[in-house]
Design a protein. Sequence first.
Length: 62
Amino acid sequence: MIAPLSVRISTAVKMTGIGRWKIYELIQERAIDVVKIGSSTLMPIASLDRLLEKNRRGANKS
């Protein structure tokens, strides 16, 4: 199976556990990157990974 490079917002909600409206807030704050292709809004997996790592508690932060 090939890992996806990006996901739609509904899938990002399921993957991260972050609510739909919070996802939209994070997009507005530019905390998450988005890619618009036609009417589709896609979120790069790498952007979601960065968001979660940046907000991780108990991690070794420098």
